[in-house]
Design a protein around this ligand. Sequence first.
Ligand code: NOJ
Length: 557
Amino acid sequence: MGIRQTGDLWWKNAVFYCLDVETYQDGDGDGIGDFKGLLRRLDHLEGLGVTCLWLMPFYPSPDRDDGYDIADYYGVDPRLGTLGDFVDVMRAARERGMRVIADLVVNHTSVAHPWFQASRSDPESPYRDWYVWRDEVPKDGPDGIVFPDKEDSNWQWDEKAKQYYLHRFYKSQPDLDIANPKVREEICRIVGFWLELGLSGFRVDAVPFLIETAGIDKPGDFAPHGWLRDLRAFINRRRGEAILMGEVNLMPEDVRRFFGDEDGDELHMCLNFNLNQAMALSLARGDTGPLLHSLQTQPSIAPEDQWANFIRNHDEWSLDKLTEAEREEAFKAFGPKDSMQLFGRGLRRRLPTMLDGDQDRIRTAYALAFALPGSPVLFYGEEIGMAENLDIPGRMSVRSPMQWLPGPSGGFSTAPPDKLHRPIVGGRKWGPSAVNVADQLRDPGSLLTWMSGLLRVRRATPELGFGKVSVLPVESGAVVALAHDWEDRTLLTFHNLGEAPVTVEAKPPGAADWEGLITVLGEGEAKLAKDGTVTVELGRYGHRWLNAARPGDVFRR
Ligand code: NOJ
């Protein structure tokens, strides 16, 4: 894969940015974010250096799970605008060189969806077998409850149908029967529809649940992974550049399966929950052990596929793959109060509050996330160091309105704070008077200014998206030292997870032939000795990215 073709595999070097239209920018003063508002904020995203937006569900919905309960797959929630407003955003994003993907939530619909209403009301309805109905709760049903705060079973008795229906999430989200070919055909129509309107792919919600057949009475010859393969082939027939980014929070080997066999012909990307959770533990301990172990045992994927790396997302920071003792350690460091934890498995906080607003620590955490092999995904507000609002219940604590300006409604809306869709973060430390886009834009030392620099460097560093990563042994247990090789380029990245400043020595293979080192990110001394030893000084929670200067390389930075 040469530099000429990197654009063909755009997702391998993209910077994704996830946002919820509902909480991003209100354009009509009703307290709810909308597409008209988002349109006005695309310049911010372009300036930040985002290359692909990920829109959380914006479809008509009774909103019992923040839009992850869809009542119509072919429309826009009227509170957020119209299809016309959506297309305006698509057009303006394209004009600014940004792609757009959106959540595809087809494991389940809302109970309010007309399919479900027809299905439950009439055994003869053509939609009856679009859902999973059983006379009794079956023994072979799926295990585990996803939202144990509200649910104690995956089955709900329905008075109208006089049967139980399957729901892996809330009972207001009945599961579709994926083994039914008509359901699968409809999913293709849905993705085809949005591809036609310009989407470059989908973040596929809850993929393991979507393809599971446990609980389905007669799954017939449905082949779960065969179908994922078909879905990828379908979207790429319709639109060559379209991708599927899957939410697959399973153990590493099980996630690997969702990329497909050797040729990697199922999901193009998987959100990297394992590396994310290992990073949480490493950050909490100030010790690289868990992260490096995860990185070194991460299964390899096909050249056209990619990991999607992130620190925080729109849900709780799930630490379900850690051992109980490890999880307790992370809880103690980052969310000691019960009110900060959720489901016993995660933290409902954003990173800056967990790191007590420590700028060195915050920046090194993001630099590290961007240096891990894969493509980074930011969650809105991370670029300015927004906090969570723990007054908002459950997972929604991190989905408070974006903070654009100082002032009570943070420039999110002209409506007063008590009329906002969700309460904004309050207080003098984290509220909009202290944390907002406008002030940070004018401040060369702000997180936003730094973050835009990080994105600029990341975009110009295909070594990270396309290269081969190797761990460089160093003496300090607090420093992650990596070499990223791609084509004739090598990038070295150093991240100090510890409070103490440290000087490390590394010996990247072949470095004795280099002419020097060029700093692309971070500050401090860095030296290359004749024998190829690289010596790097790192401040407390410091980081450094260095490019190898090879003889005759005119493209060095
Ligand atoms: C995963 C999403 O990230 C979460 O927010 C949602 O509640 C469930 N899937 C159900 O759709």
